[in-house]
Write a new protein. Structure first.
Length: 69
């Protein structure tokens, strides 16, 4: 799948920034849209009702994603 990578391949800075942004909203499941730029990671949007489309979000980890959630 184009653009999909294993979680352990995501830059640590990006993950830390995403978790920090989600924690500002609360303690639940959030979708955090981000981009890496020349100046570092940037939060685009935090979704409090993220979608989990089959064969999209689970394109790399498959059913393991749903077990983790």
């Amino acid at each position: 799948m184009r653009g999909s990578i294993e979680l352990d391949q995501v830059p640590r800075e990006l993950l830390e920034h995403a978790v920090k942004a989600a924690n500002l909203i609360g303690n639940s499941l959030y979708g955090v849209d981000m981009k890496m730029t020349d100046k570092g990671s940037v939060v685009i949007e935090v979704n409090d009702n993220p979608n989990g489309d089959q064969n999209i979000e689970d394109g790399v980890s498959g059913d393991q994603l749903y077990q983790q959630i």
